[in-house]
Design a binder for this molecule. Structure first.
Ligand code: MCA
Ligand code: AMP
Length: 504
């Protein structure tokens, strides 16, 4: 019986007596972590969950939360992690769309989440950031070992939802092979070994924190300093014990803003990586000046895991995301015709390889729109490849805002704003933001006689949309600029409002 991910990530922990997770409240050995995962696995099977069932999870980051992922791998239950900032309305969509059998949420939210689960025929269990709750109670006292169920490489391991340009989120189906092969490629490319101590401050409900950071570390037998989230204070407190750190650009700009962050603090570090959003060449330069390290930037997507990476040895070029990783092909095509373009010409980035997902959960037509019959995935990112194979992302064809590493799809916000009294229509754009890279601005056109007020709009959408997606600025204007085809010219709006968050 084999279970590729469990065999590679969880089973090897069983014999480890050294710390796997170093947290703010103590250390957990590899064996302790494996036992925790297996006790949760017994709890899940006790609840009647079977291989292939979906488990939606919206809980704070903790050792137990990672162990619940381990339990999903052991039981073959498909892991469906959700951003802790999502509102119950947002969670309801995912539970319904995925046909989840179980929703695990914070005990403090049980009163609102339990009815959500019930409405769609799912069970509900609670687990908090300290590892307490009804699910922990069910797991307590269960055996420390569990016979992992057999899985094929092509079986689903996880579904991660990613929003769409239509405003409807799509569940990206990731297989055992997608996740394992990509973790192996990254571990080798970035030279991870069991001597590494990874400073882990990313959330674990997205690809970056779960599949890039946690999987690579679990696979290679190193340790993780596993913190609930990022802050410059935490980074500065823990960096001396780490060898590697993975972050989104906001982590690096915030560290550079802190005078305590200097060469002495990071001199012993082996590696800093960045991704999820563009790292400004200027940040790359400043970081090198301050620390002597060149940040290694890489590029990926929920649907593709990691596709390209600057080299570990060799030139890490600021402003580029490096060449394709081993086992991954990247090509540039004409966004209109799909025809491959000559090297050096900007166009649509398409990706094929072990890393590319299986399709969108129960959305065959969306899958067919983005995944070509020959296996290439159309990323929606516009890029160019130079003669050495380095990819530079020059823009996005998809209407997407990336704020602090979180993706925000304007359509989802526009649909809500357009429903509000006094609003004729709206356009949501991303403009430069000193902390988050891009910040959300909503441009509102009033209906005849309407006088929409920002405070009222904010109040109206606040229960329906995660806080990080909510516009940080509203502007009211008479009309939206449109081209001859009637399409809103967001580029003109972005230019007009580009100084919205400029620091004075
Ligand atoms: C928090 N806020 C945000 C964001 N985060 N607003 C916009 N964008 C954000 N990313 C809001 C809060 O709701 C709050 O609102 C205010 O901003 C200040 O919050 P603060 O406490 O300062 O934020 P924080 O807790 O310090 O979080 C910022 C953060 C965090 C550390 C940058 O957003 C983060 O960890 N981002 C990483 C995201 C990530 O892992 N992405 C990977 C996706 P108010 O004050 O108004 O209430 S995977 C991916 O993209 C692909 C596959 C890839 O390539 O990796
Ligand atoms: P997600 O849907 O969260 O998987 O986000 C994927 C998107 O993040 C990609 O399509 C890119 O637009 C963006 N992205 C990820 N890494 C980088 C990077 N290093 N530079 C620029 N954009 C990036």
């Amino acid at each position: 019986m084999t279970n590729p991910l469990h065999d590679a990530l969880i089973a090897p922990q069983i014999d480890r007596t050294d710390p796997l997770l170093i947290t703010e409240t103590g250390e957990i050995s590899g064996a302790g972590f494996a036992a925790m995962s297996h006790r949760f696995a017994h709890a899940l099977t006790g609840l009647g969950l079977k291989p292939g069932d979906r488990m939606a999870v919206q809980i704070q980051k903790s050792a137990e939360a990672l162990a619940l992922y381990g339990a999903a791998l052991a039981t073959g239950v498909v892991f469906l992690p959700l951003n802790t900032a999502y509102t119950p309305d947002e969670v309801a969509y995912f539970v319904e769309n995925a046909g989840a059998a179980l929703l695990v949420g914070d005990p403090a939210a049980a009163e609102v989440l339990e009815p959500v689960a019930r409405r769609f025929g799912a069970g509900f269990q609670a687990l908090d950031g300290a590892g307490q709750g009804s699910l922990a109670d069910l797991a307590a006292g269960r055996p420390d070992s569990f016979d992992a169920v057999s899985r094929d490489r092509d079986d689903l391991a996880a579904i991660l939802y990613t929003s769409g340009t239509t405003g409807r989120s799509k569940g990206a189906m990731l297989t055992q092979a997608n996740l394992l092969d990509n973790a192996q490629v990254l571990a080798e490319a970035w030279r991870f070994t069991d001597s590494d101590v990874l400073l882990h401050m990313l959330p674990i409900f997205h690809t970056h924190g779960l599949f890039v950071a946690s999987n690579v570390s679990l696979l290679t037998g190193g340790k993780m300093i596993f913190l609930p989230g990022f802050s410059a204070d935490r980074a500065i407190r823990w960096l001396p014990q780490a060898t590697a750190m993975m972050g989104v650009p906001t982590f690096y700009t915030r560290l550079l803003d802190d005078p305590r962050f200097d060469r002495a603090l990071s001199g012993h570090m082996r590696l800093f990586t960045s991704g999820s959003a563009p790292l400004l060449a200027e940040t790359h330069r400043q970081f090198e000046e301050r620390t002597g390290h060149r940040i290694l930037e890489r590029y990926g997507m929920t649907e593709t895991n990691m596709s390209t990476s600057n080299p570990y040895d060799g030139e890490r070029r600021a402003g580029t995301v490096g060449p394709a990783l081993p086992g991954v092909e990247v090509r540039i095509t004409d966004p209109e015709t799909g025809e491959p373009l000559p090297q050096g010409t900007p166009g649509m980035i398409e990706v094929r390889g072990h890393n590319v997902f299986k399709g969108y959960w129960q959305m065959p037509e969306k899958t067919a729109e983005e995944l070509r019959p020959d296996g290439f995935f159309i990323t929606g990112d516009i890029g160019v490849i130079d003669e050495a194979g380095y990819v530079t992302i020059v823009g996005r064809q998809k209407d997407l805002i990336i704020s602090g590493g979180y993706n925000i799809y304007p359509k989802e916000i526009e649909l809500l704003l357009d429903e509000q009294p006094g609003v004729l229509e709206s356009a949501v754009i991303g403009v430069p933001h000193p902390d988050f890279g891009e910040g959300v601005v909503a441009v509102i056109v009033p209906a005849p006689g309407g006088e929409p007020k920002p405070a009222e709009l904010e109040a109206a959408i606040s229960s329906r949309l995660a806080r990080f997606k909510q516009p940080k600025r509203y502007v009211v204007q008479d009309v939206l600029p449109r081209n001859t085809m009637g399409k809103v010219q967001k580029n003109l709006l972005r230019e007009r409002f580009k100084d919205s968050f400029r620091q004075s």
